[in-house]
Write a protein that binds this ligand. Structure first.
Ligand code: BGC
Ligand code: NOJ
Length: 820
């Protein structure tokens, strides 16, 4: 069952009924100001950091209720008391949930538009954040389709958050007394804590003259009432309340008379603004907000032509980004995901890491070290300059040991002490992201840039040294089998082999009861080989030939350790626990085979020549693959195992306990292409592809236009149900799997490689890829059933699959690819 459809032409997903199985969201903003918006206008906004600079409130544990949002109410002021028509309603359905005659929500790239109609009144609201600005626009267009004039009231409503979202939700003994606002010329300014240490404030402005406003929540709602039935809306009258403490809100009232057939545009702006520390007040010795620099911004965006201009600029921005790679394959799902939604999701994950979604509260997690490094794999080609900066930010939270803070706060860019470090896979991901960045851009200079450790001035070393320390970190921490020690956890955050927690409420991730000298990870071993191979490539180019050889030796030694202790006979083992027993082995009662090492080890090239890679992937197909995707492990853990940690805390089939953790599926997809099984790779690709799953939306439940982190596995009563949509490494890895390995368009240090491993039934495909300033026009033709590639560049056959960069000044290159 579907709740909407894709409009590929417009690059939009169109939701045709408001009661989707869960709120289906979109993101506004792609620079420093962000908003989350659901298909019924729920969500919240923040500047840079969803925890520390939250503009508006949202209620937690709230799916699918979705309360808190950017609300607009319409009131029929001519409503005759004897009629049974509506007195007031939400044109976005929420929060009144009044039945609408028509409803449509279009989630586009960086904007959302919700159109509805009730009793002859049509409303169209377009929400977006102009490029370069710290504000969001709600552009409302009302049209009277009645045959007589309509007298309408329009109300806007948001609830301000007192900046630190965690404190705001918990410290109400203080917060009920600190709220402050100012209202001037119809603009509501929220300035809690501005009188002391803050130099920022929020504002809500409107293009029309106000009939009234309220800034104290209960004055607007009425005591004991909810957002679904505000007393001010019911009465059609505001009380111009000024908030002192309690709950500051921004609510505005305008009155309109629309003649039959007449339309009218009303613009609302919600924004964030900072003043210089010594110009906070105007006059300087007063406590009044200095509004001198914000007023011109407000004036500008209250003009319809400026709004339209900003909207077109936003559309052009996304067109430009997506242009980097456009494909035409025989499969519409592939085209749609590659050309639009997968790339878009990678950017959302890059922007927000795992901080703010409808499954991430925005208060808990900042920028994850491993997460963001993996996001970079999917978006270096889209935003190379920002990727470069992100690499520096991440590397600056690396520690002198080579280890890294697991997370940092985006506002401060400082490592998060609460979570700390010792997730032993973390530093290796930095090597992969830097390698991907260089392969894309050819910017070898990046390796020379000085970057500090732990953000300490004076500790700067070239980025290259950070990478060396990343590798050394693993070498310094090996266990009894010569395999990497796991630390708190590796990629699987819930495989906590040194935790042994029997106390409710303890964090599995940060509690460590063992000295950590025994438990080893075969996943990290595979990742190490992958990273060291990249490092050898980097070292060779960086004129560190001897080091390159040393890296190759280290990789070889690790391979030997993997074959000696990490191979279970038919597949790769997952780990060794603190007692030295294998995890992910036939010897185990539960958790006999795990997906992660099969993916990463084959990606690192292990067993490709001798058939063991094929054996491992056959085992995946036989034991882990389901119609909804590939599960993490089998059998699921049926009880809690003290020595395994959080993984066994989840009921079977959910999350890390044998859920379909979509992030790992592309590793198997890539591995399948490495052993030339294009049909199998593509089959796995389609199983978790959200566009394919659109038609089972009532089962899948999450948005059909983006990947979810997890789909419940076969052990779960709700097999096939997705959760944790949007912010997941699934986006980047699927993008890499489909574009670089199935379609085979792959940047290398030397140039663009084209080596497709496409399904046997495809006749070929076309693609346009912008790479290092050159436009590659690629035509792939299947000439036989295998994957042997013959390239012709501008009509001339070349050796191998890598196209060396053309002569300087070349703008376009024609590539013909024969696959046989
Ligand atoms: C989740 C993981 C996540 C971790 C982050 C766990 O509870 O299951 O998916 O990586 O928390 O802290
Ligand atoms: C989500 C986390 O963000 C990521 O870092 C981790 O690798 C996966 N969960 C698996 O546990």
């Amino acid at each position: 069952m579907q709740f909407g459809y894709f409009d590929d032409e417009q690059r939009e997903y169109v939701i045709t009924r408001p009661d989707t199985p869960l709120p289906w969201i979109n993101y506004l903003g792609c620079e420093e100001y962000f908003g989350i918006i659901s298909n019924t206008a729920g969500g919240y906004s923040f500047y840079k950091d969803a925890r520390l600079r939250r503009l508006t409130r949202y209620r937690y544990n709230n799916a699918p209720l979705d309360s808190g949002g950017r609300y607009i109410y319409l009131r029929d002021d001519g409503f005759p008391s004897n009629s049974n028509g509506p007195l007031f309603w939400s044109p976005t359905w929420q929060p009144t949930r009044h039945r609408l005659d028509e409803y449509e929500c279009r989630h586009g790239l960086g904007y959302t538009a919700i159109r509805s109609k009730l009793a002859g009144i049509e409303s169209h609201i377009r929400y977006f954040v102009p490029l370069g600005e710290n504000l969001e626009i709600w552009e409302l267009t009302l049209t009277n389709h009645r045959s007589k004039p309509a007298n309408l009231s329009v109300f806007s409503a948001i609830e301000f958050c007192l900046w630190d979202a965690w404190d705001d939700a918990t410290n109400f003994q203080r917060n009920y007394s600190i709220g402050q606002v100012e209202v001037l010329d119809g603009v509501i300014y929220h300035k809690s804590e501005y009188r002391e240490r803050r130099n920022h404030f929020a504002y809500l402005a409107c293009s029309e003259k106000l009939s009234g406003f309220d800034t104290q929540r209960e004055a607007f709602l009425g005591a004991y009432r909810g957002w679904d039935s505000p007393s001010a809306v019911e009465a059609g009258r505001m009380s111009n309340s000024i908030a002192y403490g309690w709950q500051p809100v921004g609510t505005q009232h305008i009155k309109l008379r629309l003649n039959a057939g007449e339309g009218k545009k009303v613009i609302f702006i919600l924004g964030y603004h900072e003043n210089p520390q010594d110009e906070k007040f105007d006059p300087p010795d007063s406590q009044t907000l200095n509004k001198r620099t914000v007023i011109p911004i407000i004036r500008r965006y209250l003009q319809a032509n400026q709004v339209e201009h900003a909207f077109q600029a936003l559309r052009a921005y996304w067109d430009r980004l997506l242009e980097k790679l456009q494909v035409t394959t025989p499969d519409g799902h592939t085209n749609r995901m590659v050309n639009i939604w997968n790339a878009y999701q990678v950017m959302a994950a890059f922007n927000l890491s795992r901080s703010a979604s409808y499954f991430e509260s925005g208060v808990g997690r900042g920028i994850g070290f491993r997460d963001s490094n993996q996001d970079l794999l999917g978006c270096v080609q889209l935003v190379p300059e920002r990727a470069r900066q992100r690499i520096f930010d991440l590397a600056a939270t690396q520690l002198p040991s080579g280890g890294a803070y697991h997370q940092y706060q985006p506002l401060t860019k400082r490592g998060n002490h609460e979570v700390g470090s010792d997730f032993n896979d973390d530093p290796l991901w930095l090597v992969l992201s830097v390698a991907a960045y260089i392969k894309e851009t050819g910017d070898w200079e990046v390796l020379c840039e000085p970057v500090p450790y732990d953000n300490l001035p004076g500790s700067e070393e070239p980025l290259y040294n950070h990478l060396e320390r990343s590798i050394q970190y693993t070498l310094d921490r090996t266990g009894p089998h010569g395999l990497p020690l796991i630390g708190r956890a590796d990629w699987n955050d819930c495989l906590n082999l040194n935790c042994f927690s029997d106390t409710p409420g303890q964090s599995f991730q940060t509690t460590t009861n063992k000295d950590g000298k025994v438990a080893e990870s075969i996943f990290i071993a595979g990742l190490f080989v992958l990273a060291v191979d990249e490092m050898a490539g980097i070292a060779r180019h960086y004129q560190h030939g001897r080091e390159a050889d040393e890296f190759c030796d280290a990789a070889q030694e690790m391979r030997t350790a993997i074959w000696a202790a990490g191979w279970d006979g038919e597949w790769f083992r997952r780990a060794y626990d603190d007692l030295g027993h294998p995890v992910g082995s036939k010897e185990c009662e539960e958790g006999q085979i795990f997906i992660e090492p099969q993916g990463i080890c084959v990606m690192a090239g292990l067993g490709i020549d001798d058939g063991r890679a094929k054996q491992a992937l056959d085992a995946v197909a036989e034991r882990l693959a389901t119609p909804h995707g590939i599960v993490l492990h089998q059998p699921a853990y049926s009880r809690y195992y003290l020595h395994l940690g959080e993984i066994s805390s989840y009921p079977p089939g959910y999350k890390e306990n044998a859920g379909i953790f979509c992030h790992t599926n592309p590793w198997i997809i890539i591995a399948e292409t490495r052993i030339d099984r294009g049909d199998c790779a593509y089959d796995y690709y389609l199983r978790i592809n959200p566009s394919v799953r659109e038609e089972i939306s009532e089962v899948h439940k999450c948005e059909p236009y983006v990947y979810a982190q997890m789909i419940a596995g076969g052990d779960a009563p709700t097999f096939g149900e997705a959760k944790n949509s949007w912010l997941t490494g699934t986006a980047a890895w699927n993008y890499v799997a489909i574009t670089q390995w199935i379609l085979g368009i792959r940047p290398t240090f030397e140039g663009l490689e084209i080596a497709p491993v496409i399904p046997s039934a495809w006749s070929g495909f076309d693609a346009v890829r912008h790479y290092r300033g050159v436009r590659y026009v690629i035509q792939v033709m299947r000439k036989g059933s295998g994957n042997k590639v013959q390239l012709e560049v501008d009509g001339k056959a070349i050796e191998g699959t890598v196209i060396t960069p053309p002569r300087a000044g070349t703008k376009e290159v024609q590539v013909t690819v024969r696959v046989a």
